[in-house]
Design a protein around this ligand. Sequence first.
Ligand code: 5GP
Length: 191
Amino acid sequence: MKLLEDRIRKDGIVKEGNVLKVDSFLNHQMDVTLFHEMGLEWKRLFSDKPINKILTIEASGIGIACVAAECFNVPVVFAKKAASINLDGEMFTSKVESFTKKKVFDIIVSKKFLSPDDHILIIDDFLANGCAVMGLIDLINESGATLEGVGIAIEKGFQQGGRIIRDRGIQLESLAIIESMDASTGEIIFR
Ligand code: 5GP
């Protein structure tokens, strides 16, 4: 999506350790007009899918997912990150290793909000090694809901997440795919 690629070129900052900072428009200060265009693009790309719910993960996926949900006219559920969980049987749970914080979190969704009747689109801001998305897929599988696809704002194509998800036959639509980026020059090359 050219609009997003242009914005990443203009305002994205490449950090050491394969981290792209986009906090001026995506995940700290948020450009909701851009989010709306992204939501419309996912709506077009997944137009043949009977999506009735969007699933994301806190915190940085929530803003994008909410605006996308308005384009789909469906509710959003976000998986909560919990340092330790009380397994009382009321929650679907999985584990996610955070790419940016290098910590393992339990993630939880109440059993009230995912059911076998649901057709889910996962939305997140970044795809790196795929841990966050795989954790969300675990929750969907536990619930018996159907995964219809995954919508990502920025995929780092040089990390393994995209391949893992596509190899499973899942429709993955990343609006910008970075082929390579260089922290010393700041150069970003898109696929
Ligand atoms: P994964 O689980 O695919 O390894 O990483 C995805 C998660 O890590 C996303 O939810 C995102 O919050 C965070 N993340 C991964 N790479 C980056 C990055 O380059 N920049 C930022 N800001 N967040 C990232």
